[in-house]
Write a protein that binds this ligand. Structure first.
Ligand code: SF4
Length: 469
C-alpha cells in the first residue's frame, strides 16, 4: 500500500483534477440521496468510497477526508496522526521518526502540494482536530450535499476578554527587550519534590523561566503539571510543557485549568515524542490533538473563556502560550509554514530544537524575519551541552531532529578535555545565537547537566541582569 501512496502523491495534480470534477458533478446525486434517506445512502456509498480510497491512498477511514488539501497524501498515515504539519523528528533523509522505513507523511504532503502548484508548498491550511464520531463514515455524502472542500479551522476570533494588565514574569521579561534565558529540567522519578527543588535551585537568579518536560522521549516521570506547580509554589517561574501523546482533549483542557489554578501561567504546547522511543513502548499513544490544534483550544479557553466544545468557563485561565520549531529537519518550507500556523493558533513564544549549526539557524531566522514572525512571537534559540562527544554522537544517531555539523563533532573529539570543549562550544554558540536579529532569548537544554548549564549562563554573559527565578 505504501507504494500506492507514493504513486498518488506523484500524480497529485491529475488526481486533484479528478477530485474537482467529481466534486462538481456530485451534487447531481443529491435528489437520489434524499430519496434513499441518509442511512441507506451512506450504506450504499461508503463501501465504494472506502475501497477506492484504500486502493489509492491507503485510507484510514477518518471520515473527514482532506486529501484535496494535503497533496493527495493522507495525514492519518502519520503515526502521530498529525493533521497540521510535521513533527520535529523527521529524519534528514525525509524518513519518519517512528517508522523510518517510510517517508514522513508531511514530506509527501508538501511534495504533493508542490506538484499541484509550486506556490502551495509555502503554506498549508490549518485543520481542526479529528472528530472521532465520524470514523468509518462517508465524506462523499457531504460533497454530494455541496461541501466541496474540507472544513478548515476558522481564523482566530478577537479576544472576548480584555487581557489582564498584569503580565506574568516570563512574558514581562520577553517584552523587556533583553535576551531572556530559559532552561529545561526533567521532573524526577520520585514522589518527593526535594530533588526537583534542589536541581532548580542551581538556576535561582540566573534564568527567566524553567521548562518542565512532559514525559520526554516517551519516558515516565513525575507529572509536568505537578512539577511546574511545585516550582511555582516555591517562587520559581515554570513553563509547563504539555504533550498530546498521553492525554486526549478532555484531559488536557482540565490540566490547563488545573495548571492556572496552581499558579502556572506559561504553557509550552507540544505534540510529543512517540511512545516507541520510551521505556514503555507497549503503551497506547493518544494523539487526539496535535500542537497546532492544542494551541487553538488553549487560546480559546483564555480569550473566549470556553472549552473546545463551546461550554463556558466560569473563570478563564490567563496563559502565556508557547510552541516549538525544529529549523533543521525536512521539509524545510513546511517548517516556516508550520511555525506560522502555530503563531496564528496562539503561540506567543517559540523554543527551538538544539542548535549547533549557527549559519543554518541564521538562515532560518532570515526567513522568519521575512514573514514577520519574530514580531508576533518571541523566538528563543535552543542550545545546550552533553557530557561527552560520544553522548553527542549518540544523540545525533538516535534522537531524530538533532543535527550537529561533523566538523564540530571532530573538534570536540580531538580535544584533550571533552567536557570542557563541549562547554566552550556551547558558550560560543549561545553568544552567536543571542545576537541574531529576531532572537529574543536562549533556551538551554542538557540532560542532568544542570551545574554546567548554570556555568554556561554565567560565563556567556547571559546572567548579567537580575532575573525573576
Ligand atoms: S516524521 Fe513525524 S510527522 Fe512525519 S510521519 Fe513520522 S510521526 Fe508523522
Amino acid at each position: 500500500m505504501y507504494a500506492v501512496r507514493l504513486w498518488s502523491v506523484r500524480h497529485a495534480r491529475g488526481l486533484r483534477r479528478v477530485y474537482r470534477w467529481g466534486a462538481g458533478v456530485a451534487p447531481l446525486l443529491a435528489p437520489l440521496l434524499r430519496w434513499l434517506g441518509p442511512r441507506r445512502g451512506e450504506a450504499l456509498l461508503y463501501p465504494l468510497e472506502r475501497t477506492l480510497k484504500r486502493l489509492f491512498f491507503d485510507c484510514r477511514e477518518c471520515g473527514q477526508c482532506v486529501l484535496s488539501l494535503t497533496g493527495m497524501a493522507c495525514p492519518m498515515n502519520c503515526p502521530k496522526q498529525m493533521r497540521n504539519g510535521p513533527c520535529g523528528g523527521v529524519r534528514v533523509d525525509g524518513g519518519c521518526e517512528v517508522r523510518p522505513e517510510m517517508r514522513c507523511v508531511w514530506v509527501e504532503v508538501m511534495d504533493g502540494r508542490r506538484r499541484i502548484e509550486p506556490a502551495l508548498a509555502e503554506s498549508c491550511p490549518t485543520l481542526p482536530p479529528v472528530d472521532g464520531q465520524r470514523h468509518g463514515r462517508s465524506t462523499w455524502i457531504q460533497v454530494i450535499h455541496g461541501q466541496r472542500e474540507p472544513v478548515v479551522s476558522a481564523p482566530p476570533r478577537p479576544p472576548r476578554r480584555v487581557r489582564s494588565t498584569t503580565l506574568g514574569p516570563f512574558e514581562a521579561a520577553c517584552r523587556s527587550g533583553r535576551t531572556v534565558v530559559t532552561v529545561e529540567l526533567a521532573p524526577p522519578d520520585s514522589a518527593d519534590p526535594a530533588e526537583l527543588l534542589e536541581r532548580a535551585a542551581g538556576f535561582r537568579g540566573l534564568v527567566d523561566a524553567i521548562n518542565i518536560t512532559d514525559g520526554a522521549g516517551g519516558n515516565c516521570h513525575m507529572s509536568s503539571v505537578a512539577a511546574a506547580a511545585v516550582l511555582a509554589a516555591h517562587g520559581y517561574v515554570p513553563v509547563y510543557q504539555t504533550v498530546c501523546r498521553d492525554r486526549n482533549r478532555i484531559a488536557i483542557q482540565g490540566d490547563l485549568l488545573g495548571a492556572a489554578a496552581l499558579g502556572v501561567r506559561n504553557v509550552l504546547c507540544l505534540t510529543g515524542d512517540d511512545v516507541s522511543r520510551g521505556d514503555q513502548p507497549e503503551a497506547r499513544p493518544v494523539f487526539d490533538l496535535d500542537a497546532v490544534t492544542l494551541l487553538g483550544i488553549a487560546r480559546g479557553m483564555c480569550e473566549q473563556g470556553q472549552f473546545a466544545s463551546g461550554r463556558r468557563l466560569t473563570t478563564a485561565p490567563d496563559l502565556f502560550l508557547g510552541a516549538t520549531v525544529n529549523p533543521f529537519v525536512p521539509p524545510g518550507e513546511q517548517r516556516l509554514a508550520n511555525l506560522e500556523q502555530k503563531v496564528a493558533a496562539g503561540a506567543r513564544f517559540i523554543q527551538t530544537q538544539f542548535c549547533f549549526d549557527v549559519p543554518a539557524f541564521a538562515e532560518f531566522m532570515a526567513a522568519v524575519r521575512r514573514r514577520g514572525l519574530h514580531e508576533q512571537a518571541f523566538i528563543l534559540a535552543g542550545a545546550g551541552t552533553l557530557g561527552s562527544a560520544r553522548a553527542l554522537r549518540w544523540m545525533v544517531a538516535n534522537v531524530p531532529g538533532v543535527q550537529v555539523p561533523e566538523g564540530l563533532l571532530r573538534r570536540i573529539e580531538a580535544a584533550a578535555d571533552e567536557p570542557a570543549e563541549l562547554k566552550r562550544v556551547c558558550i560560543e554558540t549561545v553568544r552567536e545565537l543571542a545576537v541574531i536579529d529576531g532572537v529574543a532569548g536562549i533556551h538551554l537544554m542538557g540532560h542532568r547537566n544542570e551545574s554546567v548549564l548554570a556555568e554556561i549562563i554565567v560565563e556567556s554573559g547571559l546572567a548579567a541582569r537580575p532575573r525573576q527565578n
